[in-house]
Design a protein around this ligand. Structure first.
Ligand code: FES
Ligand code: MG
Length: 621
């Protein structure tokens, strides 16, 4: 056995070759290999098995994560694909994040999951890695970690859940969770209805069944070339046999990747991301995907800083909304799947795409589209309405809009985002109204339903302190869809202009401005000094978001806020100034509070970005 031939050096730079990858030799490479082999043999592997390329499979199963409940079956199928093609499949765990079981917010933990993913890929002798994720924050965390680790990766998502049924209508998490909760608040559904609905909103395992963040990220992974086009890798339902075939095929492709050694920093180019942004606009994707995309791009050494929120807005102006799914439209992921899914969509979008971008197969997107037979649905069929042709879009352009920070005094640093296509009352996209300000989620909960709240349907609801640093819940809680004050909801008001520095669920809709930067917790924030009664002007067409205050008045208020902080403040003021306490905080919380950057940069940690720690700093005192 050559492995112990001391006269043949083991190449310390050898990155391929399974266990022969010399990751930790500490000076005696042969002994180190001897040790790796003897320990892994305790798992029962033979010399033959150990001579194969090793395909790592990232297992993000957790009994707290129903979106990943099919993980065991998927891993089996991936392993079959790996082993039928001559590789050795070895799975290993990383943390798992579910939206509802990740306090204070799943976004707070996304960067932790990305660090876990990156370090475990680097620590272990894998030749290629299958990243299995699905729930909202998991796929971006895995891609962030994967790009930084820069070993060959391929993604596999768990797939969307099926819709359920309530009072004769299809329902699905979680657009219908929110719609129906609003109806309950308005008194049109009762407690028994809500109990029945609770049984049906997530009727199978899998990710939310609308175009929320999980589905959006799955579609973007195909557009980026990181999941195959030849099978319905983004849309096959979690509980379908197609999903298992996607998994098997992913295993086969991973073996191919272990040989080609096509690494994410080479596979992903500027064009790959422009394609992803085009798809994001065409599917009316989640606003969260914008934050994730910026974080992902800023992990890439040669792309960091080259694509900004403005790029997303510019592409939006040229890209119509084609896919009719909730929350922008009416249907569910299963419909998109049955209508042809991403393959059908990319064929429609072909004139807008960069066809020479690479994919995991080693072929370009254009070559893939040319080689995979595709037949459009017969016209006139029910599902023919799900993916619109470019010639008759669902919404003409700019599903997702970015306010221009240079002409918007409310978000003067990094802008803000709105999903215009999900606005319920389109007149609110050009609107002037008086601010009703809430100083954080607790204040909101205390006052939003008060009969004394001074609010009209034309008021602008403002929620401060739900940004990346935030107040009590760091990580931009999905509280940006501020509920309609009960007294207005009872009058039938279903939409109002709402503005915050937080996020909203990708499954939510309404006229909602998000990700305002700098966030209210930042001493330079303008959002942080807006007061009740200030006039707010939202001009989506002109990309302007302003508060009608003079520059002097804004500076005066900022100064007062800063001085208040130095002098010692009221309890509420003290809470608002919590960024001043960042330095003394321990643990991950302290790391997060000190290092997180703003939403327009991806809410990543500065030291994890390709630019390094100097890349951060908008939120510092
Ligand atoms: Fe996991 Fe919606 S909660 S995708
Ligand atoms: Mg979500």
């Amino acid at each position: 056995n050559k492995d112990y031939d001391l006269s043949t050096p083991i190449d310390p730079n050898n990155s391929v070759g399974g266990l022969r990858q010399n990751l930790t030799s500490y000076g005696d490479a042969h002994f180190s290999l001897f040790m790796r082999k003897l320990f892994i043999k305790a798992m029962g592997y033979s010399e033959d098995a150990l001579s194969r390329p090793i395909i790592g499979i990232v297992n993000t199963y957790s009994s707290f994560n129903p979106c990943h409940a099919n993980m065991p079956q998927l891993m089996d199928a991936v392993k079959r694909g790996v082993q039928l093609n001559g590789g050795l499949a070895i799975d290993f765990p990383t943390i798992s994040l579910h939206e509802s079981f990740a306090s204070p917010t799943s976004m707070y933990l996304r960067n932790l999951m990305s660090m876990d993913t990156e370090e475990m890929i680097l620590a272990q002798p894998v030749d290629a890695v299958v990243l299995i994720g699905g729930c909202d924050k998991t796929t971006p965390a895995q891609l962030m970690g994967g790009i930084s680790a820069n070993k060959p990766i391929i993604h596999l998502v768990t797939g969307p859940m099926m819709p359920g049924s309530f009072q004769g209508t299809r329902v699905g998490a979680c657009t219908d969770c929110r719609n129906n909760w609003a109806k309950f608040r308005a008194g049109t559904l009762d407690m028994e209805d809500m109990a029945a609905l609770n049984e049906e909103l997530a009727p199978t395992s899998g990710t939310c069944g609308v175009m929320g963040t999980a589905s959006t990220m799955a579609c973007l992974l195909v557009a980026l070339g990181l999941m195959p086009l030849s099978l319905p890798s983004a849309t096959a339902p979690a509980v379908s046999s197609a999903r298992l075939r996607v998994a098997e095929h992913t295993g086969a492709l991973a073996v191919q990747l272990s040989q080609s050694q096509l690494k994410p920093q080479d596979l992903l180019t500027c064009e790959s991301f422009l394609n992803a942004i085009t798809v994001l606009q065409a599917i009316g994707g989640s606003t969260n995907a914008i934050v994730h995309l910026m974080a992902i791009i800023n992990r890439h050494p040669s792309l960091a800083g080259t694509i900004s929120l403005k790029t997303i807005d510019d592409i939006g102006r040229k890209t119509p909304l084609l896919v009719d799914l909730k929350p922008s439209g009416n249907n569910y992921m299963t419909d998109f799947h049955n209508a042809g899914g991403m393959l059908a969509l990319l064929h429609q979008l072909r004139p807008l795409l960069h066809l020479d971008a690479l994919t995991v197969t080693g072929r370009t997107l254009g070559e893939e589209l040319d080689s995979i037979p595709f037949r459009p649905l017969p016209s006139g069929t029910e599902l023919g309405q799900i993916i619109h042709p470019l010639s008759s879009p669902l919404y003409p352009s700019s599903s997702l809009i970015v306010f221009d920070p240079s002409i918007s005094n409310l978000c003067p640093l990094g802008g803000a985002v709105i999903k215009a296509s999900a606005s319920k009352y389109r007149r609110l996209l050009q609107h002037r109204g008086q601010a009703v300000v809430f100083h954080g989620p607790a204040d909101l909960a205390r006052r939003i339903d008060s009969p004394d709240l001074n609010v009209t349907p034309d008021s602008v609801l403002i929620l401060q302190h739900i940004g990346p640093v935030g107040l009590h819940s760091p990580g931009m809680p999905e509280a940006g869809m501020i509920p309609i004050p009960r007294k207005l909801a009872l009058q039938g008001v279903e939409d109002m202009l709402r503005i915050s520095d937080g996020r909203m669920s990708g499954t939510a809709g309404g006229t909602i401005v998000l990700h305002v930067s700098p966030e209210a917790a930042d001493p330079e924030s303008v959002l942080g000094v807006v007061r009740d009664g200030d006039w707010v002007v939202c001009d989506v067409e002109g990309r302007r978001l302003n508060v009608a205050l003079s520059g002097e008045e804004i500076e005066k208020r900022k100064r007062e806020r800063r001085e208040g902080m130095k002098k010692g403040f009221s309890k509420e003021e003290e809470e608002k100034g919590n960024w001043q306490k960042r330095e003394g905080m321990r643990g991950y919380r302290g790391l997060y509070m000190r290092e997180v950057n703003q939403a327009d940069e991806g809410a990543d940690f500065g030291f994890l970005t390709a630019a390094g720690p100097k890349g951060k700093g908008k939120g510092e005192v």
